[in-house]
Design a protein around this ligand. Structure first.
Ligand code: PMP
Length: 302
């Protein structure tokens, strides 16, 4: 297992609703929508020395997901920024921190699916933990292809960053049983969609390729990598990619807040052989590192 309990997180303060609670007292009601139906939206954010990485993009995506799901009393960005600030300050966290930001539809007057049973507005959770990037990006990760397909808009639009993560959890269970670090999920047509918790890219013939965002979360790290390619005139395409193309790519890598940019060394037992000795991935990693500070919002400015 890649993640372990960090004793530094034993006594953290967690924001629930409208105030902070110590870890052992930070609880939500059994009537909360996230318990009843996974009815919540979320973001994972990283705090570097320079501040919160891509904060505005994360807030935009959180609020867009909540708007799609028609939550009531959605807090504005300023309220969320203040809750994050208070949480980080209470924990003296200024770097090496991961924030799990969740907005639930809130508490119901009785159990049931109907959102009209939610009469007290949505509820914010700011869980900040000491947690450096989860993957070892020197070593890379291995993946297997899951039998579970990533949702397309005909089922549940993957552009909603919601807490109904069972598809991805089932895929991750398959990866665990296969002894791999993550699961590669395909779309309804059998093209690559993404990994269970990160986006996927490949490099072939000095060109960067990534699946169209039809059945993947349009990740913020993914968007940033595409933006960096554009600015630096690195050839890239968003297109349908088959498994065979992935097996035979020069480089395959994952992107996400959880692990930043992570090389994938093996897919379904096929080693990724850098036959064309491309250095494009190293170049993208350097560009990513160099753009970190300009994309960070200092905690003092929240
Ligand atoms: N795909 C999935 C399914 C995810 O849950 C995440 C992380 N929330 C990502 C991709 C990566 O997105 P981001 O770059 O915004 O962290």
């Amino acid at each position: 297992m890649l993640q372990k309990f960090n004793p530094k997180n034993q006594n953290i303060q967690i924001w629930v609703g409208d105030r902070l609670y110590p870890r052992t007292a930070a609880k939500i009601s059994v009537f909360d929508s996230v318990v009843q139906g996974g009815d919540a939206v979320w973001e994972g954010l990283r705090v570097y020395q320079e501040g919160l990485f891509c904060l505005e993009a994360h807030l935009d995506r959180l609020l867009a997901s909540a708007h799609t799901l028609m939550f009531d009393d959605i807090p504005n960005k300023n309220t969320i920024r203040k809750a994050i600030k208070q949480t980080l300050e209470a924990n003296a966290m200024t770097c090496d921190t991961h924030i799990r930001l969740t907005l639930t539809r809130g508490s119901k007057i009785t159990s049931g699916m109907d959102p009209r049973l939610n009469q007290s507005g949505s509820s914010l959770i700011v869980l900040a933990e000491w947690k450096p990037p989860v993957y070892n990006n020197e070593k890379g990760i291995t993946v297997i292809t899951s039998s579970v397909r990533r949702n397309s808009p005909i089922h549940l639009d993957s552009k909603i960053h919601h807490n109904n993560l069972l598809n991805n959890i089932l895929a991750k269970i398959e990866a665990n049983h296969a002894g791999a670090d993550a699961a590669l999920m395909l779309d309804n047509q059998g093209f690559l969609a993404e990994l269970n918790g990160t986006n996927i890219f490949l490099v072939k013939d000095n060109r960067i390729r990534t699946p169209l965002p039809h059945a993947c979360l349009p990740g913020i790290t993914r968007n940033l990598v595409l933006q960096l390619c554009k600015i630096n005139e690195i050839a890239y395409t968003e297109e349908n990619i088959s498994l065979s193309e992935a097996y035979n790519a020069d480089i395959v890598f994952a992107t996400g807040t959880m692990g930043e940019l992570t090389p994938i060394t093996e897919i379904d037992g096929r080693k990724i052989l850098n036959n064309n000795t491309t250095y494009l991935f190293d170049e993208i990693c350097n560009l990513f590192d160099n753009c970190k500070s300009e994309n960070c919002t200092p905690i003092s400015k929240l």
